[in-house]
Design a protein around this ligand. Structure first.
Ligand code: NI
Length: 169
Protein backbone atom coordinates (compact mmCIF):
# COMPACT_ATOMS: atom_id res chain seq x y z
CA UNK A 1 0.00 0.00 0.00
CA UNK A 2 1.20 3.50 -0.82
CA UNK A 3 1.17 6.42 1.63
CA UNK A 4 -1.43 9.07 0.83
CA UNK A 5 -0.24 12.69 0.91
CA UNK A 6 -2.36 15.10 2.92
CA UNK A 7 -3.32 18.74 2.48
CA UNK A 8 -0.17 20.72 3.32
CA UNK A 9 2.16 18.30 1.53
CA UNK A 10 4.00 20.13 -1.27
CA UNK A 11 3.65 17.28 -3.76
CA UNK A 12 -0.10 17.93 -3.99
CA UNK A 13 0.66 21.38 -5.42
CA UNK A 14 3.47 20.50 -7.79
CA UNK A 15 3.07 20.27 -11.59
CA UNK A 16 2.92 16.80 -13.12
CA UNK A 17 4.77 15.34 -16.09
CA UNK A 18 3.41 13.34 -18.98
CA UNK A 19 4.05 9.59 -18.97
CA UNK A 20 6.28 8.62 -21.89
CA UNK A 21 7.31 5.07 -20.97
CA UNK A 22 4.61 2.38 -20.78
CA UNK A 23 6.51 -0.41 -19.05
CA UNK A 24 6.07 -2.76 -16.11
CA UNK A 25 7.10 0.00 -13.68
CA UNK A 26 4.04 1.96 -14.81
CA UNK A 27 1.65 -0.99 -14.51
CA UNK A 28 3.03 -1.84 -11.04
CA UNK A 29 2.44 1.77 -9.95
CA UNK A 30 -1.09 1.77 -11.37
CA UNK A 31 -1.91 -1.56 -9.66
CA UNK A 32 -0.61 -0.16 -6.36
CA UNK A 33 -2.74 2.96 -6.86
CA UNK A 34 -5.86 0.81 -7.38
CA UNK A 35 -5.00 -1.20 -4.23
CA UNK A 36 -4.41 1.97 -2.21
CA UNK A 37 -7.68 3.50 -3.43
CA UNK A 38 -9.61 0.32 -2.59
CA UNK A 39 -8.03 0.07 0.85
CA UNK A 40 -8.94 3.70 1.57
CA UNK A 41 -12.45 3.09 0.21
CA UNK A 42 -12.05 5.91 -2.34
CA UNK A 43 -13.63 6.33 -5.76
CA UNK A 44 -10.56 7.99 -7.27
CA UNK A 45 -6.84 8.52 -6.67
CA UNK A 46 -4.32 10.65 -8.55
CA UNK A 47 -0.57 10.03 -8.70
CA UNK A 48 0.40 13.22 -6.79
CA UNK A 49 -1.61 11.84 -3.86
CA UNK A 50 0.89 9.01 -3.60
CA UNK A 51 3.87 11.31 -4.08
CA UNK A 52 4.31 10.79 -7.82
CA UNK A 53 4.23 13.94 -10.00
CA UNK A 54 2.95 12.23 -13.13
CA UNK A 55 -0.20 12.53 -15.22
CA UNK A 56 -1.96 9.41 -13.93
CA UNK A 57 -5.17 8.77 -12.05
CA UNK A 58 -7.38 5.79 -11.32
CA UNK A 59 -11.12 5.72 -10.65
CA UNK A 60 -13.68 3.18 -9.54
CA UNK A 61 -17.28 4.36 -9.50
CA UNK A 62 -18.42 0.83 -8.52
CA UNK A 63 -20.53 0.84 -11.67
CA UNK A 64 -20.06 -1.35 -14.72
CA UNK A 65 -17.10 -0.06 -16.74
CA UNK A 66 -16.28 2.41 -13.97
CA UNK A 67 -12.89 1.00 -12.96
CA UNK A 68 -10.43 2.78 -15.20
CA UNK A 69 -6.80 3.96 -15.22
CA UNK A 70 -6.21 7.24 -17.06
CA UNK A 71 -2.69 8.01 -18.28
CA UNK A 72 -2.01 11.47 -19.77
CA UNK A 73 -5.69 12.44 -19.61
CA UNK A 74 -7.05 15.56 -21.27
CA UNK A 75 -10.58 16.83 -20.79
CA UNK A 76 -11.42 17.91 -24.32
CA UNK A 77 -15.07 18.87 -23.88
CA UNK A 78 -17.30 19.94 -20.99
CA UNK A 79 -21.09 20.31 -20.92
CA UNK A 80 -22.74 23.66 -20.37
CA UNK A 81 -25.01 21.95 -17.89
CA UNK A 82 -23.64 22.11 -14.35
CA UNK A 83 -24.30 19.83 -11.40
CA UNK A 84 -23.85 19.94 -7.63
CA UNK A 85 -22.20 17.11 -5.77
CA UNK A 86 -20.76 16.70 -2.29
CA UNK A 87 -17.07 15.90 -2.80
CA UNK A 88 -14.43 14.56 -0.48
CA UNK A 89 -10.77 13.72 -1.05
CA UNK A 90 -8.45 11.10 0.42
CA UNK A 91 -5.90 13.91 0.88
CA UNK A 92 -8.35 16.03 2.89
CA UNK A 93 -10.03 13.35 5.02
CA UNK A 94 -13.14 14.26 6.97
CA UNK A 95 -14.04 17.27 4.82
CA UNK A 96 -17.04 17.05 2.47
CA UNK A 97 -18.29 20.03 0.50
CA UNK A 98 -20.72 20.71 -2.30
CA UNK A 99 -18.86 21.60 -5.52
CA UNK A 100 -20.36 22.80 -8.81
CA UNK A 101 -18.85 21.37 -12.00
CA UNK A 102 -19.90 20.54 -15.56
CA UNK A 103 -22.34 17.60 -15.52
CA UNK A 104 -20.62 15.78 -18.40
CA UNK A 105 -17.11 15.70 -19.87
CA UNK A 106 -15.29 14.05 -22.74
CA UNK A 107 -11.85 12.81 -21.75
CA UNK A 108 -9.07 11.45 -23.92
CA UNK A 109 -6.35 9.37 -22.29
CA UNK A 110 -4.11 6.35 -22.68
CA UNK A 111 -4.33 3.03 -20.87
CA UNK A 112 -1.35 1.35 -19.14
CA UNK A 113 -0.21 -0.08 -22.48
CA UNK A 114 -0.25 3.34 -24.14
CA UNK A 115 -3.38 2.70 -26.18
CA UNK A 116 -5.46 5.85 -26.66
CA UNK A 117 -9.14 5.93 -25.68
CA UNK A 118 -11.94 8.45 -25.37
CA UNK A 119 -14.74 8.40 -22.81
CA UNK A 120 -17.85 10.54 -22.67
CA UNK A 121 -18.47 10.59 -18.93
CA UNK A 122 -21.66 11.58 -17.15
CA UNK A 123 -22.90 11.29 -13.57
CA UNK A 124 -20.46 10.09 -10.93
CA UNK A 125 -17.75 9.20 -13.47
CA UNK A 126 -17.77 12.75 -14.89
CA UNK A 127 -17.50 14.09 -11.36
CA UNK A 128 -14.60 11.84 -10.32
CA UNK A 129 -12.69 12.39 -13.58
CA UNK A 130 -12.80 16.17 -13.06
CA UNK A 131 -11.81 15.95 -9.40
CA UNK A 132 -8.85 13.65 -10.18
CA UNK A 133 -7.82 15.65 -13.23
CA UNK A 134 -7.60 18.74 -11.01
CA UNK A 135 -5.00 16.90 -8.89
CA UNK A 136 -2.74 16.74 -11.97
CA UNK A 137 -2.73 20.55 -11.97
CA UNK A 138 -1.99 20.86 -8.24
CA UNK A 139 -5.60 21.76 -7.57
CA UNK A 140 -7.80 20.42 -4.77
CA UNK A 141 -11.60 20.47 -4.56
CA UNK A 142 -11.47 22.99 -1.72
CA UNK A 143 -9.84 25.45 -4.16
CA UNK A 144 -13.16 25.46 -6.03
CA UNK A 145 -15.16 26.64 -3.02
CA UNK A 146 -16.12 30.29 -2.49
CA UNK A 147 -13.27 32.12 -0.66
CA UNK A 148 -15.12 32.39 2.63
CA UNK A 149 -16.03 28.72 2.70
CA UNK A 150 -12.50 27.66 1.76
CA UNK A 151 -11.05 29.76 4.58
CA UNK A 152 -13.44 28.06 6.98
CA UNK A 153 -12.35 24.62 5.77
CA UNK A 154 -8.67 25.55 6.12
CA UNK A 155 -9.16 26.76 9.69
CA UNK A 156 -11.09 23.58 10.49
CA UNK A 157 -8.27 21.50 8.96
CA UNK A 158 -5.63 23.46 10.86
CA UNK A 159 -7.35 22.90 14.20
CA UNK A 160 -7.88 19.23 13.51
CA UNK A 161 -4.29 18.73 12.37
CA UNK A 162 -2.98 20.33 15.54
CA UNK A 163 -5.24 18.02 17.51
CA UNK A 164 -3.84 15.03 15.67
CA UNK A 165 -0.36 16.46 15.95
CA UNK A 166 0.69 14.73 12.76
CA UNK A 167 0.52 17.34 10.07
CA UNK A 168 3.38 16.82 7.66
CA UNK A 169 5.14 19.90 6.36
NI1 NI B 1 -8.86 14.16 -4.31
Amino acid sequence: MLDISLLGDEVLREPTERVTVFDSTLSILVDAMFDTMDEADGVGLAAPQVGVSKRIFVVDTRQEGGRIAFINPEIVETSEERSHYEEGCLSVPGIYKDVIRPAAVTVQAQDVTGRAFTIKATGLLARVVQHENDHLYGKLFIDRLPDEEREKVLRQWERRSKGRGKRKK
